[in-house]
Write a protein that binds this ligand. Structure first.
Ligand SMILES: [Zn+2]
Length: 135
């Protein structure tokens, strides 16, 4: 099969700073300057207090596994050669949750497993995956 490119993330002016930092292997999230809560996904207004003064700040890149799924049939042909792989929802130390790829053996997957970010290069871009903390 011919090499198929991985689909690019959908980058908007609002989410551009997130992806720029990821490409530098840094993890930044917006924080609301009114209520101090951290926000993900990036957006124009704080979903907690509707404040509009959001500042990008470096986040820990650490969290705990909330739930996961093992993918056997990929939603895009480029990912089909990677099956089976694991995707899951990580609850970040700062509060928000994000959907991400997990670099964790199936046997080690468990609720509340401590995880940490792992930048993986796909095509020309880095993506934020998560692995078991300490691995
Ligand atoms: Zn707020």
């Amino acid at each position: 099969m011919k090499n198929i490119s991985f689909p690019e993330p959908t980058i908007t002016p609002t989410s551009q700073p997130f992806w720029d930092k990821i490409n530098q292997q840094q993890f930044y999230l917006p924080q609301c300057q009114d209520c101090k809560k951290w926000i993900f996904y990036p957006r124009e207004h704080c979903p907690h207090c509707f404040g509009s003064e959001l500042t990008w700040k470096q986040a820990s890149g650490e969290g705990r596994l909330k739930t996961w799924s093992i993918v056997h049939r990929a939603g895009h042909p480029a990912w089909q050669e990677k099956v089976p792989y694991v995707v899951g929802i990580v609850e970040l130390e700062e509060g928000p949750s994000l959907l991400t790829h997990l670099l964790i053996d199936n046997q080690q997957l468990r609720y509340q497993l401590p995880v940490t970010i792992s930048y993986q290069q796909l095509d020309e871009r880095y993506l934020p995956f998560f692995k078991k903390k300490g691995d």
